[in-house]
Design a protein around this ligand. Structure first.
Ligand SMILES: O=C(O)CCC(=O)C(=O)O
Length: 282
C-alpha cells in the first residue's frame, strides 16, 4: 500500500475544522485480524489487570473496556504504528516538520470496546487548552501537540456511540456553556455544535486533541470497537508512565521502534556519548 499524503484540500479542511475522516484507511484483512484479537479480549478483565503488555485502564467508569499500550499486543496492533494511510498525515500535522526535532512519538495506544449505555464525556477545546494537545500553524508548518487516529473496526452509525467532535473548537476562545462536568460523567449527546463522526469499518477519524471531543451514548446492543493511537512530537512522554520492554521493541521494524521510543534512555555510566536522535523517521 502506498503512503497516503495530505492534499492541499486536507490541509484546508484540517485547519478549518480540526479533523478529517480518512475513508477506507484499513483494509478488510487488517480489520479481520484486529477483530479476531478483540474477540479474545476477556470481557471481565478487571480494571488494572494486564493482557500481555497492555493494561485495562478505562478513562471513566462508563467508557467500557479500554486497553492501554494496545500496541504491545503486536501483530496487527503494531502495523497501525506507521500505517500508510495516516503516517504521513500525523507527521505533517504533529511531527514538527522542518525543525531539528522532526518525527512523531506515540503517546498512548488504546483498544476500546463500548457496549450499550457507555459514553465518554466531552473534553478539550481551544479554551484554556493544554499545550500537549494544542493546534498550531505558523510560518508555513503545522505545530500540533497531539494528533489522534481513531480507527473504526466495525460500522459506527446512529446509536452505536460514535465519537463526537465540535468542528473548529480547536480555535475556541470561549468555554462551551453546555460543556457539563467531565468528572461527573455528563453526557455530550445533546451538546450544541457537536457532530457524531459516523464511520464505516476501516475508516479513520483524525483530529487534533485540542478539538472538543468525546463519545456519544451507545444505545444499540453489541459492541463498538475502535483503536485510538495518539501521536505527538518526539520529545513527548507517556501520559501514564508506561514503558516498553526491550523484548517487545526488538520485534518491531526500525521505523516503528523509533515511533515508540524516539530517544532511547541513557543510564549513567552505561552508554557511550548519546547520539542525536532528531533524525527523520522515514
Ligand atoms: O471513545 C470515544 O469515542 C472518544 C474517545 C476520546 O474522547 C478520547 O480518547 O479522548
Amino acid at each position: 500500500m502506498e503512503n497516503r499524503t495530505p492534499s492541499p484540500l486536507d490541509d484546508f479542511l484540517f485547519d478549518l475544522n480540526g479533523y478529517l475522516i480518512l475513508k477506507k484507511a484499513a483494509d478488510s484483512d487488517l480489520l479481520a485480524r484486529l477483530n479476531a484479537r478483540f474477540d479474545e479480549f476477556p470481557a471481565d478483565l478487571p480494571m488494572g489487570a494486564w493482557l500481555g503488555g497492555a493494561q485495562r485502564r478505562d478513562y471513566t467508569p462508563e467508557t467500557g473496556l479500554e486497553l492501554h499500550q494496545a500496541v504491545t499486543l503486536g501483530g496487527p496492533f503494531a502495523e497501525l504504528i506507521d500505517h500508510p494511510s495516516w503516517i504521513n498525515y500525523v507527521r505533517h500535522y504533529g511531527g514538527e516538520e522542518k525543525s531539528y526535532v522532526e518525527g512523531v512519538f506515540i503517546d498512548e495506544s488504546i483498544a476500546s470496546v463500548r457496549t450499550s449505555g457507555g459514553h465518554h464525556p466531552v473534553h478539550s477545546g481551544g479554551f484554556r487548552g493544554a499545550m500537549r494537545g494544542a493546534y498550531g500553524y505558523k510560518n508555513g508548518v503545522f505545530r500540533c501537540g497531539q494528533i489522534n487516529i481513531i480507527l473504526a473496526l466495525n460500522d459506527i452509525g446512529p446509536g452505536d456511540g460514535a465519537t463526537m467532535i465540535v468542528p473548529a473548537s480547536h480555535k475556541s476562545n470561549f468555554d462551551h456553556p453546555q460543556k457539563g462536568d467531565y468528572a461527573k460523567g455528563d453526557r455530550m449527546d445533546a451538546l450544541q455544535g457537536a457532530l457524531p463522526a459516523y464511520l464505516e469499518a476501516g475508516d479513520a477519524l483524525l483530529f487534533v486533541d485540542g478539538l472538543m471531543h468525546g463519545g456519544s451514548s451507545r444505545t444499540n446492543a453489541g459492541e463498538r470497537r475502535i483503536t485510538i493511537y495518539r501521536y505527538g512530537p518526539i520529545w513527548g512522554a507517556s501520559r501514564f508512565g508506561y514503558q516498553y520492554e526491550n523484548e517487545f521493541l526488538d520485534t518491531l521494524s526500525p521505523v516503528q521502534r523509533r515511533i515508540l521510543q524516539p530517544v532511547p534512555p541513557v543510564f549513567p555510566g552505561k552508554s557511550a556519548v548519546p547520539k542525536d536522535y532528531t533524525m527523520q523517521q522515514s
